[in-house]
Write a protein that binds this ligand. Structure first.
Ligand code: EPU
Length: 424
């Protein structure tokens, strides 16, 4: 699997419309929860449709550090066996930079009665507290303390089901509590749970492992704890964020192409907004065909929890709207500092002003021109790639290891559709 390299630079020669087709890989964010779930049992778990990306490689290292065997049986299949799970505290340097790795807390607490992790790192997109996770563990009966830079959750006896109110419908928080509660004694209800498809994906895997979980996909998740779980084979859901990114890439280059292997149900908000912006989106089975005929229209975009438009597609949408005729408004309502990429886009000629850290006003259309810019996180980096594809001239994007953390073979997939893009 791809190992992230800190000095990655991409060179794009813009102005080539994307044509043809692109197939979407398995979901990065769903992979994190399902890999953590494999720690709950001492039998094999096989994960299929695993994306070949940096974050998966990283998460595999986290699981190995705990004693699990993680083996890649083909390019997109992982076999995980946690029969010899022995460590309750993964090394700080491994988990500190991967937010999803905090999900091992729920599984370790359930399986070993003890778990310790430093505050999880991840992208610089705003404050990212973990009170929902920790309060939930405590409600299930764990003692939660902070010791030497790590959060420690422990329970001498089996966790006990209860009703948990999540202050915020946190995606990882909901998943962590599902992992912890699957084998708790009695019934757990998570009120104000996240309903994202990645939560639904984890619930599906846990059910296949013998858990009794209902309500995933709504804001109330019910879990009847079971005495034990078993290994399973689970197929990871398609990456709706990667799908959205490619749909926008085709639209912004005024190309024509098909994005396949998607789950259309998960893309309703994106498809609605693209159509509202004047993009033709035709859907069938697990595919969407994208084309732009006339002018793009301006939009108001609100990034909110599912089923609203995903915060992870907010930056790519902003780039598209630089090409719309009129004034667009972007409201980021999930994270409190996820507009930092705007400065990079301005270097390429975008007319964007921000008011505070959560609203951006975009005037368009403005021709984008190639520039030297920096990828600040995985989605901001993807947004700059889209800008580079649409820009006249040469764009050089540094720190694209962020993008490789989350997008499988993005250069190759774009090149197959006619993009001129290469690794420096
Ligand atoms: N929040 C709290 N308390 C908590 C947890 C979160 O108040 O205990 C707040 C955060 O401050 C933030 C909001 O809730 O304002 C959303 O955070 P959430 O916990 O839902 O995000 P996350 O679970 O840490 C996952 C994805 C993110 C994605 C968000 C929102 C993974 C590994 N990460 O993060 O993905 O943006 O959900 O959908 O699943 C990405 O892929 O680029 C990415 C950042």
């Amino acid at each position: 699997m791809t190992v992230p390299n800190a000095n990655r630079t991409l060179i794009i020669e813009g102005g080539h419309p994307l044509r043809g087709g692109v197939s979407v890989s398995g979901s990065k964010n769903a992979a994190m929860g399902t890999m953590a779930a494999a720690l709950l049992v001492d039998e094999d778990c096989t994960l299929e449709n695993v994306p070949d990306i940096g974050d998966v490689t990283h998460m595999a290292e986290v699981l190995r550090s705990l004693g699990a065997v993680v083996e890649k049986t083909d390019s997109h299949t992982l076999r995980i066996n946690a029969a010899n799970l022995r460590e309750y505290a993964p090394p700080t340097q491994l988990v500190g930079s991967l937010r999803g790795s905090f999900l091992v807390m729920g599984s370790l607490l359930a399986r070993l009665g003890r778990a310790a992790c430093p505050p999880p790192g991840g992208d610089v997109i705003g404050q990212r507290p973990i009170d929902v996770h920790l309060a939930g563990f405590a409600a299930l009966g764990a003692e939660v303390t902070r010791e030497g830079g790590k959060f420690v959750a422990q329970s001498k006896s089996r966790l006990t089901g209860t009703t948990i109110f999540a202050d915020y419908p946190s995606v990882l928080g909901t998943q962590n509590l599902m992992l912890a509660a699957a084998t708790a004694r009695g019934h757990t209800t998570i009120v104000n749970a996240a309903s994202e498809p990645e939560v639904q994906g984890l619930a599906a895997m846990l059910r296949d492992m013998g858990a009794q979980i209902s309500g995933a996909g709504t804001h109330t998740v019910e879990i009847e704890g079971v005495d034990s779980l078993r290994g399973t084979c689970h197929r990871i859901i398609p990456d709706r964020l990667e799908a959205g990114t490619y749909a926008i890439a085709i639209a912004i280059t005024r190309g024509e192409g098909e994005v396949s292997e998607v789950c259309l149900d998960h893309l309703f908000s994106l498809i609605s907004k693209l159509r509202q912006a004047g993009v033709s989106v035709e859907t069938q089975d697990n595919r969407m065909s994208i084309r732009v005929d006339g002018n793009l229209k301006p939009l108001t975009v609100q990034a909110l929890p599912y089923p609203a438009l995903a915060t992870d597609l907010q930056a790519p949408m902003s780039v598209l709207l630089t090409q719309a005729k009129g004034v667009s408004y972007i409201h980021e309502r999930v994270f409190d500092n996820r507009l930092l990429y705007v400065n990079e886009l301005r270097k390429m000629g975008a007319e964007i002003v921000t008011t505070g850290t959560t609203t951006a006003i975009i005037s368009g259309p403005t021709p984008l021109v190639g520039a030297n810019v920096r990828a600040l996180d995985v989605r901001a980096g993807a947004a700059l790639i889209l800008a580079g594809l649409a820009a006249q001239g040469r764009t050089e994007i540094t720190d694209t290891y962020h993008v490789e953390r989350g997008y499988e073979a993005i250069n190759e997939k774009l090149r197959n559709m006619g993009a001129v893009i290469e690794q420096a």
